[in-house]
Design a protein around this ligand. Structure first.
Ligand code: MIG
Length: 726
């Protein structure tokens, strides 16, 4: 059950495609509506109403929390799965230091799920800044403050649980020999996945996700392994990466191109000196089963004769300053303009520009710098030069010196700059900071909507750095500039279920860490987690140690782990697609499944991936293994060289499990089946028909395997399902 409340007069975000009928209006101090008045939009009748769970005091929404309450959600953020004990601010930020005392990262994901005495979800829909004090100031209080008090609030409650038996299709009992697949002939859609027994938090997530619309579905090849680096500078370098992967029989499906493939960092251009035969390169790579995935940045270079610049100027498609002149910012190419992503026409225009690369054979993109990042604004830069000049010849004492030293640092992503340019939203002049959190979302939407027109029969890979809820319908995200730190491996895992709750299913972090130097053992451990994430990409920054898997000596152990990814593909793809098509979760915290188990509810370094397995990665250097908590009896399955080397049933409770660097351990849940393919060196090699079944189940158990051609936009859950029965 979803209730919607409107506070003040918020800007439309289009996070919710179809809003629930009954609108209840709460106004802020300045508003005209009486507080607590409910209006039925159909009849126009007004009546007194109360806000469920929360209190509104004209400044903030607040909620009293019990000690045992867990607060889930908030998508891309630092710290735990349980968000209690910190302040989070939704304010899309280019923040390369993901320290645990950060308040904002690149996304603004205003969904919370309170699980305790009462279990319900909250979505604060507003394009501007929101502050979530989740028991930081007062441990027992959740306090949500929204800039300008203009927002829509959705309160999501679990429908009363009907503990029906899990429905088994309509074909009756199908018994076949162990490991054999049986076709599913009659599948009553009524008995589909939505009917599966969901726990209260799962139901709330499901309701919320239904509200915000279906999550983005990438092509199947995008579930392969991708190698990235800032940057592969030339065609030769790209060829060399491909060659070495193939030579070492390390699976590979994608090579990413960072900003240096462009001509002087200009979007939708190719540096023809470094990539003279770009089209041929794309083709040649495709023949090897490898897709090239170029980056697109938010800023458009100011350069006479550059078509994107010229068209943007001619049509007034760029963001303007107070006086109506194109706003100038410094980003990669130097002086730039921002395309006005919030202007419908400009957005359509920018999206259609991707055609330049589509026509060259490209089938995937990543959108960067779209918070949007401002290195400096022209105005502030000039002011700075003046200010710095004034220090010349001065005897600088400590105060002067510190002030002097910090001056250039405040140039970037300066709040005042975000208040200095404007969008044209359907004729309305809107100051950027009021809609800041929508920029990356609308940039990605611009591309996705163009792809629907330009490539109606094909899925295009697309993911973004900045995001807002609603963008999950158009693309995935990667979680930005992490570091080659063990703590960031753990953070990668913890973010996953939070992102899923907010609709982002195709997600991943830079495996091995973006910034700083990666070590062999870190990369192995990170890969052992990464093989379970939908977006599996190894990416690293320019000035760091090279991070391709063949750069660390012997490749056998890397190959063993990565090969397992390709064996897991039918299962992972199936679980991803079922999650997308049923508004469900791909990765779940243990507490969602074992509701009554107080230990399971607090476990944050293990999680369920799909319905059949639990993972418990190692995230500490030099650890020989780790303690794993089993909420119930499970089957430990150990892989070495992608082959099963151990299957042991373990009782519920804590266990110390040894996990050498070159092995992967996972846990199959009781009553469940894990199908495994033979593997391959690219997604196209994987044979979905020759499956080996790992199971911890008796006869009669079944797994619903989803598959499709992996490219069509047209997807149908029921058509894609096949039963696997024991
Ligand atoms: O200011 O394009 O997060 O993945 O390699 C850095 C260069 C700009 C930030 C992205 C990163 C990418 C880098 N970009």
């Amino acid at each position: 059950m979803i209730k919607r409340f409107v506070f003040g007069n918020p800007m439309e975000t289009e996070a919710v495609p179809e809003k629930p009928q009954a609108v209840q209006i709460y106004a802020d101090k300045a508003g005209k509506e009486k507080k607590g008045v409910k209006e039925d939009v159909r009849t126009g009748k007004k009546s007194e109403t109360a806000l469920p769970h929360l209190v509104w005091d004209d400044e903030a929404l607040s909620l009293r929390m019990d000690d045992e309450d867990i607060v889930y959600g908030l998508g891309e953020n630092v710290r735990g799965i349980n968000k209690r004990g910190w302040i989070y601010v939704s304010d899309c930020s280019d923040e390369p230091d993901h320290h645990e005392d950060m308040h904002s990262l690149y996304g603004a994901h205003n969904f919370l799920l309170i699980d305790g005495t009462e279990t319900f979800g909250l979505f604060i829909d507003t394009p501007s800044k929101v502050t979530f004090d989740v028991g930081y100031t007062k441990y027992d209080e959740l306090r949500i403050t929204v800039e300008d008090n203009a927002f829509e609030l959705y309160v999501i409650e679990a429908p009363r649980l009907e503990r029906s038996e899990k429905t088994i299709g309509t074909t009756g009992t199908v018994t076949v020999a162990d490991g054999e697949k049986c076709a599913m002939n009659e599948w009553d859609t009524q008995d589909g996945f939505a009917e599966q027994e969901l726990s209260a938090p799962e139901q709330i997530v499901h309701e919320f996700r239904r509200l915000i619309g279906r999550s983005y579905i990438p092509p199947k090849w995008a579930f392969g392994y991708g190698q990235s680096r800032w940057s592969y500078m030339t065609e030769q370098e790209v060829r060399e990466v491909a060659r070495r992967y193939r030579e070492h029989h390390l699976p590979l499906d994608m090579i990413y191109l960072d900003i240096d493939y462009m001509e002087r960092y200009k979007d939708f251009t190719v540096d023809r000196e470094a990539f003279p035969d770009f089209e041929e390169l794309v083709e040649e790579m495709k023949e090897q089963g490898i897709r090239l995935v170029p980056i697109i940045d938010a800023g458009v270079k100011i350069e006479k004769g550059y078509d994107v610049y010229e068209e943007g100027i001619a049509n007034g498609y760029f963001c303007k300053d107070e006086d109506g002149k194109e706003f100038i910012v410094g980003v990669w190419p130097g002086r730039c303009h921002f395309p006005d992503m919030l202007n419908d026409e400009a957005r359509r225009w920018f999206g259609r520009k991707y055609k330049v690369l589509l026509d060259m054979g490209v089938e995937g993109f990543w959108n960067d710098m779209n918070e949007p990042v401002i290195f400096y604004s022209e105005k502030r830069l000039e002011e700075l030069f003046d200010k710095l000049g004034a220090y010349k010849g001065r005897n600088m004492g400590v105060d002067d010196f510190f002030e002097f030293q910090h001056m250039p640092a405040v140039l970037s992503n300066c709040a005042e700059d975000y208040r200095s340019f404007y969008h044209n939203c359907r004729g309305q002049k809107v100051r950027h900071d009021k809609v800041h959190n929508l920029f990356g979302y609308y940039m990605t939407r611009s591309a996705a909507e163009a792809f629907e027109e330009l490539e109606p029969d094909k899925r295009i890979l697309l993911f973004s750095r900045a995001s807002y809820i609603g963008m999950h319908r158009y693309g995935g995200i990667w979680t930005g500039d992490n570091k080659s730190w063990w703590s960031h491996l753990l953070m990668n895992m913890k973010m996953l279920p939070s992102l899923n709750m907010c609709g982002f299913l195709y997600v991943g972090a830079d495996i091995g860490g973006f910034d700083r130097d990666c070590t062999r053992d870190l990369l192995l451990r990170w890969l052992a987690l990464g093989i379970f994430l939908p977006l599996l990409r190894n990416h690293s920054a320019k000035w760091t140690r090279r991070q391709e898997l063949y750069e660390f000596g012997d490749t056998e152990d890397f190959r063993g782990i990565l090969a397992l990814r390709y064996r897991l593909l039918p299962y992972l793809y199936s679980e991803f697609m079922k999650a997308a098509l049923t508004d469900g979760m791909y990765a779940r915290p243990l507490g969602f499944a074992w509701r009554e188990d107080p230990i399971a509810r607090r476990v944050e370094d293990q999680m369920l991936i799909g319905e059949s397995i639990m993972i418990a990665p190692v995230y500490e250097q030099n650890a020989a293994g780790r303690v794993v908590y089993l909420p119930e009896e499970m089957k430990l399955v150990r892989f070495k060289d992608a082959q099963i080397s151990e299957e042991t049933v373990l009782p519920a409770g804590h266990h110390y499990v040894e996990i050498p660097l070159d092995e992967v351990v996972l846990f199959v849940r009781k009553g469940h089946i894990l199908p495994l393919a033979q593997g391959g060196e690219k997604v196209a090699d994987v044979d979905w028909d020759e499956l080996e079944l790992v199971h911890f189940a008796g006869r009669g158990a079944r797994y619903d395997l989803y598959d499709d051609d992996g490219v069509s936009r047209d997807v149908d859950l029921d058509e894609g399902i096949q039963w696997i029965c024991l």
